[in-house]
Design a protein around this ligand. Sequence first.
Ligand code: OGA
Ligand code: MN
Length: 294
Amino acid sequence: MIVTPHDGACGATVTGVRLAQLDDDAFAVVLAAWHTYGVLAFPGQHLSADEHVAFSRRIGQLENTNTKDRDSTEHRPTTLALSNVNRRGELVADPEARLNRYLRSNQHWHTDSSFKRISAKASMLAAVEVPSEGGETEYADMRAAYDAIGPGLQARLEGLVAVHSIAWSQSLAMGEDEVLSPEEQRYLPPVRHPLVRVHEPTGRPSLFIGRHARAIDGWGEGESRSLLDELLEGACQPPRVYTHRWQAGDAVLWDNRCMLHRGRPWDTSQARVMRRTTIAGDPAAPGDTNEWAL
Ligand code: OGA
Ligand code: MN
């Protein structure tokens, strides 16, 4: 196995390994590298859905990612399709079709499931079919971003809590008419997370921000937006950003506790078919469930 850190960016690329047939010692090496680098790219894996799910389960319990998107090609509760080919096998080329507007909401910096009470630990995305250009995914390391803001701003952030809301972020990205159903709203009320959290495996503080972070708890809208927008803008800059240019068969595993990511645009007249698993965060208390289903 060869782990090559990305020059002038975050993350590393791992070659010489088959994720579908990894013994426990090799898995421990992958896990340690993942903790250090935050995002690992594994070119040429061509994982089946079962292999993808099985590898992800070695990291932790999977979230139920039942998508509310009726056009999704994926019916499994533990995988999520990010695809502009619908379940009837038709390419949805219209950039303004609901499916493409939904996919486009991922093009704002975020961390997966930060709108859930227990946010995600990890996500693993696998490329099944990719467009000839565009459609990259970018990653930014929020531990490095925390280090970069310096002691003055770090002190200002101490003790602050952010309110994350999917109802808000989705209406912002997709339009005011894109409201969640009453059932979704009941399952997905706004949740609170510390603005700075310690990345447990490395002990490093990390900014926990992104598109679902609506406000600072107890602050007004204007004050909240100016701090959150300033933090996000400053955080997602070189040398903290890695751009993954996908080839079919690639798998990328990232740590949602300390990384942000966003998709990049592509010409939707070309198919882009991706499959994701989401590994749940640790339960807050014994007996708490970290599985989530809509
Ligand atoms: C995701 C995501 C962006 C992309 O898989 O969670 O945000 O490039 N993906 O598809
Ligand atoms: Mn995402």
